[in-house]
Design a protein around this ligand. Structure first.
Ligand code: ADP
Ligand code: ASP
Ligand code: MG
Length: 447
């Protein structure tokens, strides 16, 4: 069985929903389909929550009313029978009444997560009703019964495996199983989510849990490009990526994939294919177990990075120093992305600033601390094993005009990373594009 995920743009209008339904039914094969909220909806739900945090129910009401009008319009276009239109209109009325009821209660992060979950709950109900109207044997399985996180807010893999299989086994005679991306329950049974962009993660978790033949992530672009198409012109699709390469690109900012969604697929060895809903015949990108030597595949950038340096003239890197530094980050549950060390100091990067002030306070016990905010990590991904002579120098060479704050090479066989100021991000990505992917006699052509 395959697991297919369709993102916000792919289900962004009544017309798009119809196209998705055509795509998932034309081969007649049984499949699990994970859907995001219609594009823009989760942002609107965040806006509603913002008003409620700010104790402005009027502001929230206005946005809720606008959103309801939009959805009522969508269902006019989506259904051809009055029966299904009325059934779905009734469902939407209850949904929006529920959202309005939130304006009357105490508003905490618990209510916020309930509000954020409604986008996927609505889109999946709309699509299942449409499939049923078309005579397709489809069923909606609630992600809230299958996806759970543990006390560390990590997916509870054993639970997900057991529940996904149980849900499919309990409903054996359906052609299409629809479920919500992004939403889950947490260790306390409350409604929660897998962070923004989390529908990719849902698809990979379910695909790994049921040992799917393939996980397909359908979006609005022809696969993973060799650089960020929002920042650099002339980027091109990469046709194949090794799991580890895709995981690093996702983690280091390639928005096409949720930062950690490749891990479960990699561990279960389930290939992931990235496909374009707007151009279903395009080949896209396949992510699998094959590592092709001798190529650089792509570049990505991760924003909102803080770079912290700890320097001292004493022999700080003596026995025990690094442990003390790392313990401080561990105490504040702040993970480190990159590290560079020298005889007199160490620099690290973090992207979570919630405990920044306390971390800096504690680090000051061990040396002079410097903090550079508004930085970004630029990550070059491909065959970067030490035996593959020359690729790291090509990447370095591209940055000859750019102030580089940190470099990390050798931590994995698949990347070399640089920290540069946010203001230099675009020209860094452009320079790398030109040097690594604009072909000339000196550069080996990536496949
Ligand atoms: P969805 O709503 O389907 O999940 P996203 O907006 O999350 O879609 O992801 C697709 C977008 O990711 C693309 O439209 C593109 O702008 C952006 N993107 C950023 N980096 C890359 C990359 N390296 N390759 C392809 N797309 C990328
Ligand atoms: N709807 C959620 C978001 O906008 C999840 C997703 O689309 O993957 O972040
Ligand atoms: Mg996404």
């Amino acid at each position: 069985m395959k697991v297919l995920k369709f993102g916000g743009t792919s289900v962004g209008s009544a017309q798009r929903m119809k196209e998705v339904c055509k795509l998932i039914t034309e081969d007649g094969q049984q499949k699990v389909v994970v859907l995001s909220a219609m594009s823009g909806t989760t942002n609107t739900l965040v806006e509603i929550s913002d008003y409620l945090y700010k104790k402005n129910p009027e502001g929230a009401y206005n946005v809720i009313n606008q959103l309801e009008r939009k959805y009522m319009q969508h269902i006019e276009e989506l259904y051809s029978t009055d029966e299904m239109r009325e059934k779905t209109a009734q469902f939407l009325k209850e949904e929006f009444a529920y959202l309005r009821s939130m304006t009357k209660t105490l508003f905490t992060s618990f209510e916020e997560k309930v509000i954020l979950a409604q986008g996927e709950i609505i889109s999946t109900n709309m699509v299942v009703n449409y499939l049923q109207e078309q005579g397709i044997n489809a069923i909606l399985l609630s992600a809230l019964d299958m996806i759970r996180t543990d006390k560390n807010a990590e997916p509870d893999l054993a639970y997900i495996r057991e529940r996904s299989k149980a849900q499919l086994e309990a409903n054996p005679n359906y052609d299409i199983y629809i479920t919500q991306g992004f939403i889950c329950r947490n260790a306390y049974g409350e409604i929660d989510n897998l962070q923004r962009g989390g529908s990719d993660y849902t698809a990979c978790l379910i695909g790994a849990a049921i040992g799917a033949e393939e996980i397909q992530i359908w979006t609005d672009i022809d696969g993973m490009h060799n650089n960020d198409p929002r920042v650099v012109e002339g980027t091109e699709p990469v046709r194949q990526l090794y799991f580890e390469e895709a995981a690093e690109l996702a983690y280091f900012g390639a928005k096409i994939l949720h930062p950690t969604c490749i891990q479960p697929a990699k561990f279960a060895s389930v290939p992931v294919r990235l496909l374009n809903t707007m151009d279903p015949q395009a080949p896209g990108t396949i992510i699998n177990n094959q590592m092709h030597r001798g190529t650089i595949k792509a570049v990505a950038a991760k924003d909102n990075i803080i770079c912290i340096g700890i320097q001292s003239s004493r022999m700080l890197l003596a026995h025990g120093f690094l442990r003390k530094v790392f313990e401080i980050f561990e105490t504040y549950k702040t993970s480190i992305d990159m590290i560079a060390t020298s005889e007199v100091g160490v620099s690290v990067t973090i992207d979570n600033r919630s405990h920044l002030a306390s971390i800096i306070d504690e680090l000051k016990k061990y040396g002079t601390v410097t903090v550079d905010e508004d930085m970004c990590i630029i990550c070059v991904v491909g065959d970067l094993t030490s035996q593959n002579v020359g690729f790291e120098t090509q990447a370095m060479d591209a940055l000859r005009q750019i102030p580089v704050r940190m470099v990390s090479y050798g931590g994995s066989e698949h990347n070399i990373s640089f920290v540069v100021a946010k203001n230099d991000k675009q020209r860094t990505l452009q320079a790398l594009q030109k040097t690594l992917f604009t072909y000339n006699d000196h550069v080996r052509r990536p496949s």
